[in-house]
Design a protein around this ligand. Structure first.
Ligand code: TXA
Ligand code: MG
Length: 344
């Protein structure tokens, strides 16, 4: 199959994308978080193609994308007041809510769970495509399973050329990491994946928020997890990633002691001068954490080269969007973190 390249700027391309989706095709769509690999979320055969194109495990459910908040009522059995409150404040935007599912949604989309993840994305062109298609769009990140998510149409083309019907190019994604996922089916709201809607924003509105253990630690294959996707190896370049924590000086000294060709360094722009000759790549500025989230996956993809042995990575600390960046980087490192001040 030839993968068509469409533009989010052209109304006729949005109509064509909607038509391809309505006919059961696969179309990659731009969102403010990452590119999504979209299919009609109510069409089992179309959804099956998503799993095939990505090489995605069948037990990993998909997010259903809607064009406006009230469409939740078509797919969710019961919607707590909290969900409407979150929708009012953060939709359209980088937030996904897990709610009880109606049987209008096929099992392939939810991987047989009795819940469904729903999200109303910020990107207007994509909401327009969903509206024109007239169906909710199931869309995981548009990368090969296990690889870093895609934040440009070029990344999608790299992973999906010839496997999908079309890619709608909407430019680079603003946030750069996947949406925040909050499970609203329990007694208290639970954060399953941090993202652009930060824990502080959620706590500020809800007053309470549990953090799922999959957010902070490595999950083994046999553990029951709330977001099935959390247990898989994720965001991983071919090389081993090691996070080096500690002060700028301690980290640079540690990395200089351990670096051997052909290793690489993934660091903050402010630190580039410390890593001359050590194959450094900066992914954003430490002082502006939203540049780190916007640049992380592009940098991990650039470093996805089987010739590189180890990538020494610098990771931001703290809350806000830095919390999401830290989560993705720790996962790509398999939670391998060394403390530069205490490690010889
Ligand atoms: O920003 C995003 O959310 C992007 C864009 C395309 O919207 N999508 C995305 O999808 O990141 P994906 O499939 O790469 O990640 C979805 C995550 C997975 O970890 C999956 O296990 C979890 O959401 N998930 C989906 N349905 C769920 C459910 N009913 N309960 C708990 N977790 C669910
Ligand atoms: Mg993904």
């Amino acid at each position: 199959m030839t993968t068509k390249l469409l533009s989010a700027q052209k109304p006729e391309d949005l109509s064509l994308a909607a038509e391809l989706l309505r006919r059961g095709g696969l179309v990659a769509l731009p969102t403010e978080t990452v590119y999504g690999l979209g299919a009609n979320g109510l069409d089992e055969a179309a959804v099956a193609k998503i799993f095939a194109a990505k090489g995605r495990p069948q037990d990993n459910p998909l997010i259903l994308h809607i064009s406006q908040p009230d469409e939740m009522t078509r797919f969710c059995r019961s919607i707590p007041q909290t969900a409407w409150l979150l929708a009012e404040h953060f939709w359209p935007g980088p937030l996904t809510m897990v709610l009880p599912v109606k049987d209008t949604v096929p099992k392939r989309t939810t991987a047989g769970l009795d819940t469904v993840a729903v999200r109303c994305p910020e990107t207007a062109a994509t909401r327009q495509i969903i509206r024109l298609a007239g169906v909710p769009i199931a869309a995981p990140s548009a990368n090969l399973s296990g690889k870093p998510s895609t934040t440009t149409a070029g990344h999608v083309l790299h992973d999906m050329d010839g496997k999908i019907d079309a890619i709608v190019d909407g430019g680079p994604c603003r946030v750069g990491v996947e949406s925040t996922i909050v499970d609203l089916t329990g007694r208290r709201p639970r954060l399953l994946r941090p993202g652009g809607i930060t824990p502080e924003m959620l706590q500020g509105l809800l007053g309470q928020l549990d953090i799922d253990k999959a957010v902070v630690a490595q999950i083994s294959d046999d553990t029951v997890v709330h977001a099935p996707g959390m247990k898989y190896k994720h965001y991983a370049p071919a090389a081993d990633v090691v996070i080096v924590s500690g002060s700028r000086e301690d980290a640079a000294a540690y990395i200089r002691r351990h670096w051997q060709a052909p290793n690489a360094v993934l660091c903050f722009e402010e630190e580039l001068p410390l890593y001359g000759g050590l194959n450094p790549t900066a992914y954003g500025r430490q002082a502006e954490p939203e540049t780190l989230s916007a640049g992380l996956f592009a940098a991990l993809r650039k470093l996805d080269d089987s010739a590189i042995g180890t990538i020494f990575a610098r990771c931001p600390e703290g809350g806000g969007i830095a919390y999401a960046v830290q989560n993705r980087l720790r996962k790509s490192a398999g939670f391998h973190i060394v403390d530069a001040a205490r490690t010889p």
